[in-house]
Design a protein around this ligand. Sequence first.
Ligand SMILES: *Cc1c(COP(=O)(O)O)cnc(C)c1O
Length: 402
Amino acid sequence: MSSYPITSKDFNTPCYFYDMELLVRTLDAIKAETAEYDNYHVHYAIKANANPKVLSCIAAAGLGADCVSGGEIEAALRTGFPASEIVFAGVGKADWEIQLALEKGIGMFNVESIEELEVINEMARKLQKRARVSFRINPDVGAHTHEHITTGKAENKFGIDKEDMVKVIRMAETMPLIDFTGLHFHIGSQLLVMDDFEALCIRINELQDELDSEGIYAPNINVGGGLGIDYEQPDTHPVPNFKAYFDTFKQGLQLRQGQQVHFELGRAIVAQMGTLLTRVLYVKHGKQKQFVIVDAGFTDLIRPALYGALHAIQNYTAEKELPTLKSSDNSCSENSSKRATAVTYDVVGPICESSDVFAKDLSLPETRRGDLIAIRSAGAYGETMSSQYNCRPLPQAHTTDE
Ligand SMILES: *Cc1c(COP(=O)(O)O)cnc(C)c1O
């Protein structure tokens, strides 16, 4: 199993543990795969993980930032992402957020409705600032992922109907302080089949043909994010297949002269470097099931409860003991009597909701109170989505370079 770099430090659990070496390796892979393109720009989607150390590492690698709130814009600027490399999406941008973005001179707004365009125009006029505006077009392409994380279908709340694309661009052209900068798309998250991105490319090409016939040029094409990761086998695929991803757009997009392509990757950059560490409070022998009750709950990692997401789960304490037991060496500590190698458990948290379950019918080595459990691939949409429900403290985060 894994040789995940957990130090011997005695962390208070539950806590997040971030492998900075893997994060750097992931960022290096992105750099290597985009080196041949001088018109590719990768923005990190801050909502996936806004831990200050993680953000600093990503900013140092030269990525831009994809923000969906004023707070994220502030975090990006605080970290040192250049304002010009910040893109700002979101269906419900508040006035203060628009004002902040205008005052800081961000790279572009990804505008999601005519109503929003009108408000940005009005605020730009008041502040006498120029606003660079791309339109988020709903491409109406499906994505093979969980229904809660598809965003590019006509029935989703995101973006502008593709039938209205020319109309909104024409409208923007009449607004003196609005600069039309291009088109933006984002079809969903945790996408593993390149067909979804190919379908997006085909749709973008159709829309570009329509722009051509209207004599409109879009300097920037932003294809959003969504590249998925291997939740089942984090140690086999610690770094996502960025080559296949970027190649798909290279082959699929028919770019016009000078067009810049933007990517907004979140999960693919940070998911695998994060582990949620938790300790076993009780092993409860129910009538039909055995429950491993851990000290982490959905307040610390909500993905299983929210999306039915599966994370690989390991018992680090038992894994450390098992090799010794196999070689029938009795030198290991006296109180570690022999463990059964495989017992079926439900792994659950302490929160007063039936959805507070991390795994059902999972096979683990015999598990005991006090064992350290690792919930893997928790670097994306983990810490950022934590809450204080049940008056629980927020989980702490540690990094390998501490
Ligand atoms: C969430 C989001 C992303 C990042 O999605 P991932 O699946 O984490 O890559 C990119 N763009 C927009 C507009 C988003 O809302």
